[in-house]
Design a protein around this ligand. Structure first.
Ligand code: PLP
Length: 376
């Protein structure tokens, strides 16, 4: 126990100790914490649908008598944790991306499963250094060799490819499209060029881009017109879709391989059907509303980029303050003024880059962000 206590004390001394907050309610763009209602600038519900009480009531009226509606699946998908609505959700994604699709319980399990299952000891993986923890977890579990290239530095990636690709049988390049802590965006065109030049597969995690970019909400790969070139796309339903679960998109063989060999797919309880029905409801009956809100969000973050310069090209705006204590103080002061923008400290981000991670959502107005920056 002593070593645990010491490590926790160390975290407290550097203001990096994590704890759970007392959230009373989330309603649209607002959040109530410890009884105080604030503008929620720390949500991934980018289109404000997950906490839209009117939509929830409409869904409930429509589906409360559905024979499939349950709050538990009580089994893995390969056993009895499956029903028609799960297949329907996969079909919805297959049509949207023109690829086969597979529903996982979470984005974490999806990325971890894909990265750890598809490659063996004769293969190698090239991964952006700032890829999400779920991808890093897959790298730790795989028997394949892996190289982590400098964030968004495609010269550094090409050097690694030039030197090492020839020593392995299969290879894959992995990148997020919109990065979760800086809101900066991968150059998908360049990644496709390198994948072709060095005979690799390419995997893109569209977690923060799905619902926010491209005419049909598919993300950055589609916006660049490069969907067909991407071998594996992963995305979570827990962000812009305001739901739960995650989707992997790939060809038939990869999807069948994951169904048969990915432990994080096979040995876990499927998500409850209520979440699956909710995702289908949003995709099938509220797609136009999602698109409208996506347009509003795009227009908001483009205007915010004009008043605040950062590496971001998206709805995620990092305000890097450097020091953890200073960042926490800023976050607390903002809360007093009615803005809930949480501090992000190491180890989530590199030491010395503590920041407020401002996450814009579609119903927020520009004047509210102008107020926020006045406060800052
Ligand atoms: N990929 C990225 C880039 C993320 O930011 C997240 C965040 O949660 C995930 C994957 C994991 O998704 P989920 O929350 O559904 O586990």
């Amino acid at each position: 126990m002593q070593n645990y206590i010491k490590k926790l004390e160390d975290l407290k001394s550097t203001k990096s100790f994590r704890f759970l907050k007392n959230i009373n309610e989330k309603n649209g763009k607002y959040i109530s914490v410890d009884g105080k209602k604030m503008l929620n600038l720390s949500s991934n519900d980018y289109l404000n649908v997950g906490s839209d009480k009117n939509l929830v009531l409409e869904f409930w009226d429509r589906y409360k008598n559905s024979p499939e509606l349950l709050f538990s699946s009580a089994s893995a998908r390969l056993l009895t944790g499956n029903s028609i609505c799960y297949k329907k959700l996969e079909q919805n994604f297959s049509s949207l991306y023109n690829k086969q699709s597979l529903l996982f319980s979470t984005g974490y399990q999806c990325n971890q499963g894909v990265v750890s299952t598809l490659f063996s000891k004769d293969d190698c993986i090239f991964s952006d250094k700032l890829n999400h923890a779920s991808i890093v977890s897959g790298l730790k579990l795989t028997n394949a060799k892996h190289y982590r290239y400098k964030h968004l530095d495609y010269d550094s990636l090409e050097e690694l490819l030039k030197k090492n690709r020839k020593n392995y049988k299969n290879a894959i390049i992995i990148s997020e499209s919109v990065f979760s802590m800086d809101g900066d965006i991968a150059d998908i065109k360049k990644l496709v060029e390198l994948k072709k030049k060095y005979n690799c597969l390419l995997m893109i995690d569209e977690a923060h881009a799905f619902g926010v970019f491209s005419d049909n909400l598919q993300g950055i790969s589609a916006q660049e017109g490069l969907l067909e070139e991407i071998d594996i796309i992963t995305l979570t339903l827990g962000k812009a879709l305001g739901s739960f679960g995650a989707i992997c998109l790939a060809n038939n063989t990869i999807i069948d391989y994951l169904i048969n060999f990915a432990s994080s797919f096979i040995f876990t309880t499927a998500i409850p059907s209520i979440n699956v029905l909710w995702s289908n409801f949003l995709l099938e009956e509220k797609f136009d509303l999602l698109k409208e809100r996506k347009e509003k969000l795009n227009s908001l973050f483009q205007q915010v980029h004009k008043i605040y310069t950062s590496p971001s090209c998206s709805q995620i705006i990092p305000v890097v303050l450097g020091d953890s204590k200073k960042t926490l103080d800023y976050a607390q002061n903002l809360q007093k003024e009615g803005f809930y923008a949480l501090a992000i400290n190491p180890p989530t981000v590199p030491v010395g880059t503590s920041r407020l991670r401002i996450s814009l959502t579609s119903e927020i107005e520009l004047r509210e962000i102008e107020e926020l920056f006045k406060g800052l």
